[in-house]
Design a binder for this molecule. Structure first.
Ligand SMILES: NC(=O)c1ccc[n+]([C@@H]2O[C@H](COP(=O)([O-])OP(=O)(O)OC[C@H]3O[C@@H](n4cnc5c(N)ncnc54)[C@H](OP(=O)(O)O)[C@@H]3O)[C@@H](O)[C@H]2O)c1
Length: 320
């Protein structure tokens, strides 16, 4: 009998397995995505456009967005469009979603690829810890805002670019904003990715029978710009120590195409993939009771009816 790794370590062997490929085309399908200006999302946009998808992306930097739009059109010959929004500003997410809803009668694929990793705690203008806002609250809110149209467009697919990094840390619901603990970059990254996975199971339950699937994926350990915003010491570590071990992000784009298009995944929902291989996430990301609570809290934090500081204060007092 061969030695089998425990579930928690299967990501090591999964990352070495040959990845699956899809040959299905996506002609005429509308794919809304974030993070298309760099790394994983950029490769995903190029790959899906090459398969015929019409790419509509949300980006924060107009110049980068315009360059990417041109590149997508040059490579695929298909038209691509973008809307400007900073995912650290939830009102801009609402606005971008509103404009997309006005312009598109259907959305077939929604990919959340934007993400950040900060080694120091920063707050958004509204007072959310930035990593939690960009990696979890913004994609959660965007899914909420576009969900009715996705149901109307079914069969349709939602893909969260998550991370094996969810294994770094669980979610401390009493201190979502890192006010009581010493901030750790990997801890906040792991917590935000855990929150995203926890809400995925809830969305999956809500969407049963609707024809809309929702899955999450780790895009491989690939070369990208993530972490480049941090200090010189971290950048040194990233470029000279970590980078030689990182792979070409083309693999992430191919995996996004597989998850978006493959017939094999037509009705598969509520799963976590390491690129194209299904995997079991960490136990703390499978706690359904915690998932229900973070779903309700994320709704409250994105509704814009109450100051986030008051919500965080109340949660820290009453949630245990
Ligand atoms: N690279 C890896 O090995 C790896 C491993 C596991 C998981 N991931 C996940 O993969 C996803 C993509 O990361 P990546 O590696 O491709 O990093 P990346 O190259 O830094 O790309 C991140 C993308 O997110 C966008 N973004 C960041 N903050 C934003 C904001 N406030 N508003 C709007 N867009 C924003 C960036 O826009 P700009 O171009 O304007 O900066 C960029 O398009 C993330 O969710 C990350 O957690 C990556």
């Amino acid at each position: 009998m061969g030695f089998e790794l425990p579930d928690e370590l299967k990501f090591i062997s999964n990352s070495r397995r040959p990845q699956k490929c899809a040959s299905e085309r996506l002609d005429g399908r509308v794919c809304v995505m974030t993070g298309a200006t760099s790394g994983v999302g950029y490769q995903g946009a190029l790959r899906l456009a090459a398969a015929g998808a019409h790419i509509v992306f949300i980006a924060r930097d107009p110049e980068k967005a315009e360059n990417v739009r041109r590149k997508i059109e040059d490579i695929s010959g298909a038209k691509a469009e973008y809307y400007i929004a900073d995912l650290a500003r939830l009102e801009e997410v609402r606005e971008a979603a509103g404009r997309i809803l006005e312009h598109y009668p259907r959305i077939d694929i929604l990919i959340h690829s934007a993400g950040v990793h900060f080694t120091r705690r920063t707050l958004t203008e509204a007072g959310h810890e930035t990593v939690f806002c960009v990696n979890h609250l913004a994609p959660f809110f965007l899914t909420r805002l576009l969900l009715d149209l996705m149901i109307h467009s079914a069969p349709s697919r939602i893909i969260q670019v998550n991370s094996e990094g969810h294994r770094f840390n669980g979610l401390d619901i009493r201190d979502l904003n890192w006010e009581k603990r010493i901030y750790r970059g990997l801890g906040s990254y792991g917590a935000a990715k855990t929150a995203q996975l926890l809400t995925m199971w809830e969305f999956d339950d809500m969407l049963k029978g609707s024809g809309v699937t929702i899955n999450a994926m780790h895009p491989g350990a690939v070369r990208s710009n993530i972490g480049n915003n941090n200090g010189p010491l971290y950048r040194f570590y990233l470029h000279y120590i970590l980078r030689p071990f990182l792979k070409d992000p083309v693999i992430s784009g191919n995996a996004l195409h597989f998850l978006s298009a493959s017939e094999e995944l037509r009705s598969l929902s509520g799963r976590f993939f390491n690129l194209t291989h299904e995997e079991i996430p960490a136990p703390h990301a499978r706690d359904r009771q915690l998932g229900k609570r973070i779903f309700r809290i994320s709704d409250a934090l994105t509704a814009g009816r109450e100051a986030p500081a008051d919500i965080y204060k109340r949660i820290s007092k009453y949630e245990s």
